[in-house]
Design a protein around this ligand. Structure first.
Ligand code: HAM
Length: 451
C-alpha cells in the first residue's frame, strides 16, 4: 500500500472527507495500558537482576547492514532465507545504496558494536539488552513479526564457568519473575572439527534414508544437515531420533567443558536434561547450547535459548574472542505469567484530585505539582468537555474510584479558603483535613497508608 492510498478518502466528492482507519502491520502489536504495566514491571525485574549479576546495558540500532546477518547467522538458516525484513536504501551521492535489514535478533548487532568500539580491549564484557526484533514468520500465539527479546551476552570469556553463569542468570531471572515448570535442556555442539566428522556421518545416514526425507531435509542434506535434526515434521521424527549423535563425536576437551557446566549447575541446584537433538536455529553456536522450555504455551514453548559462539566475533571481522549468551522472548514470558496466574502489580495513582471549581485550578495544580515533587503519584480530575465545568462531586468520585487510587484529595471552596484539603479514603475509613502549607506532612500522610 502506498502512502497516498492510506490517506485516500472513500468519498472524494463529499464536503467532509471520510478517512479509512489505518491498522497495525500484521504480526506487530501495540502494547497499551493496562497491559503495558506488565511490560514495565518485567523490565524493572530484568534491570534489578542484571544489576545484581553485573551485566551492563547495550543499545544498538534496529537497522543493520543485511550482510551482518547473512554472515553472522548463516545463509542456510530460516531467518536469513525467508524471515528478514530487508530493503535497499535510497542511493547516496555516489549512486551506492545500502542493503539493510530490520534485526531478526541482536547477537550479531552486539558483536558488531563490541568490535566497532573495541570494547574487549581491557578484558571481557557482560552485556544485556531489551529490544524489539523482527522476523517475517507466520503469526500465531507466542509468535509475532515484531517481538521483543531480553538478551544477555558475555563476551571475551572462554571458560565453562561463564556458560554456567549465563545459564544461572537466565534461571535467576525466570525465578525472579515467579515462573514455574520451565525445564532446562542442554546439548554440546562441540568444535568445528568434531562437527565436520559428525556431519559426514549424518550425511551418510540421511543419504541411506533418502526416500524418507521431506523436501526441506533434502535441500539441507548437503548445505546444513544438522538442521534436519531440528525438523518439526512428525513423519521425520523417528528418523531424526536415530541419527548419529553429535555428543558421540566430541573430543576430550569438549566433553570436559560440558561436564564442568553441568557440575556448576548441579552445585546451584538447577535441574537440567540433555537433549542430543537440540541444535538451535542459528549457525553461530559451538560447545554449549541450551533452551528453557515450557509445555504450557503450546507450539511456541521455547521461552529462552542461547549458547556459546566462539567464532562469531572473528566471522564478523573482529579480533577472535570467545562468547556466550541467550535471549528470551518477552511476549512468551508474559504469556506464561498469565497462564500461571502470577499477579503483576497494577499501576494506580496514590491519590485522585477532586476539584469543585474551575477557578481554583491554578492553586490546586500548584499543590499537585509540589506533591508529585515530594514523590506522590497523583491524578487530577479533568472532564472530557470543560464547557460544563468540572462535573459534579458524584461523577468525580466515580472517576476517583475507577482510578484505583487509595485517596481522594478534595479541593472544595471551603477547604481552600481555610488553606486546607480534605483527604478522603476511597476504600473506607475516616476523612481528615490537612494544611496545604505543609506539603511534606500531606505527602507523608498519603504515603503512610499505602505501606
Ligand atoms: P532465538 O532462539 O532465535 O535465539 O530466539 C530467542 C527467543 O526469542 C526464543 O526462545 C523465543 O522465546 C523468542 N522468539 C524468537 N522468535 C520469536 C517470534 N517470532 N515471536 C515471539 N518470540 C520469539 C536468538 O535470537 C539468539 N540471538 C539468542 C542468543 C543470544 N544466543 C546467544 N546469545
Amino acid at each position: 500500500m502506498t502512502v497516498s492510498s492510506i490517506n485516500e478518502t472513500e468519498s472524494p466528492v463529499a464536503a467532509k472527507p471520510v478517512f479509512k482507519p489505518v491498522h497495525a502491520v500484521r504480526g506487530m502489536n501495540d502494547i497499551v495500558p493496562p497491559e503495558s504495566a506488565r511490560w514495565e514491571w518485567l523490565e524493572e525485574q530484568v534491570r534489578s537482576v542484571m544489576q545484581r549479576w553485573a551485566y551492563r546495558n547495550i543499545r544498538t540500532p534496529v537497522l543493520e547492514h543485511t550482510g551482518l546477518f547473512v554472515r553472522g547467522l548463516g545463509e542456510v538458516t530460516d531467518i536469513v532465507e525467508k524471515e528478514m525484513y530487508s530493503f535497499t536504501d535510497r542511493a547516496d551521492k555516489t549512486g551506492d545504496a545500502d542493503h539493510l535489514s530490520l534485526r531478526p535478533e541482536n547477537t550479531a548487532g552486539v558483536v558488531r558494536a563490541v568490535t566497532e568500539h573495541n570494547l574487549l580491549y581491557d578484558g571481557g564484557k557482560r552485556l544485556y539488552y531489551m529490544a524489539p526484533m523482527f522476523r517475517r514468520e507466520r503469526p500465531q500465539r507466542g509468535r509475532y513479526r515484531q517481538f521483543h527479546q531480553v538478551g544477555a551476552e558475555a563476551l571475551g570469556f572462554a571458560g565453562p564457568e561463564v556458560d554456567a553463569e549465563i545459564i544461572l542468570l537466565a534461571h535467576a531471572l525466570l525465578q525472579q519473575l515467579g515462573l514455574r515448570d520451565v525445564r532446562l535442556e542442554l546439548n554440546s555442539l562441540g568444535q568445528p572439527a568434531e562437527r565436520l566428522q559428525h556431519r559426514a556421518a549424518l550425511i551418510a545416514y540421511f543419504e541411506a534414508h533418502k526416500d524418507e526425507l521431506d523436501e526441506d531435509a533434502r535441500r539441507r542434506l548437503h548445505s546444513n544437515p544438522l538442521r534436519i535434526l531440528d525438523t518439526k515434521n512428525p513423519a521425520m521424527q523417528a528418523l531424526a531420533q536415530q541419527a548419529p549423535k553429535l555428543l558421540d563425536y566430541l573430543g576430550e576437551q569438549s566433553l570436559k567443558h560440558f561436564e564442568q557446566v553441568q557440575a556448576i549447575l548441579d552445585a546451584n541446584g538447577v535441574a537440567w536434561q540433555i537433549n542430543p537433538r537440540l541444535v538451535r536455529g542459528l549457525d553461530y553456536y559451538n560447545l554449549t547450547v541450551f533452551e528453557f522450555i515450557t509445555d504450557a504455551l503450546g507450539a511456541q514453548g521455547t521461552i529462552c535459548g542461547g549458547g556459546r559462539y566462539d567464532y562469531l566475533i572473528e566471522q564478523i571481522g573482529g579480533k577472535p574472542a570467545p562468547a556466550v549468551g541467550w535471549a528470551f522472548g518477552v511476549e512468551r514470558v508474559l504469556e506464561l505469567l498469565k497462564e500461571q496466574q502470577i499477579a503483576v502489580p497494577a499501576q494506580v495513582p496514590q491519590a485522585y484530585a477532586v476539584v469543585a471549581e474551575p477557578a481554583s485550578l491554578p492553586q490546586v495544580m500548584a499543590v499537585l505539582t509540589q506533591l508529585r515533587q515530594a514523590g506522590v503519584a497523583v491524578q487530577m480530575h479533568a472532564p472530557a468537555d470543560s464547557a460544563q465545568g468540572l462535573g459534579s462531586f458524584k461523577s468525580q468520585f466515580k472517576r476517583a474510584d475507577a482510578s484505583g487510587a487509595a485517596w481522594a484529595l478534595v479541593f472544595g471552596p471551603d477547604e481552600l479558603a481555610r488553606g486546607e484539603v480534605t483527604l478522603k479514603p476511597l476504600r473506607g475509613g475516616e476523612q481528615t483535613q490537612l494544611a496545604l502549607a505543609d506539603i511534606p506532612a500531606l505527602a507523608a500522610r498519603i504515603q503512610s497508608s499505602l505501606g
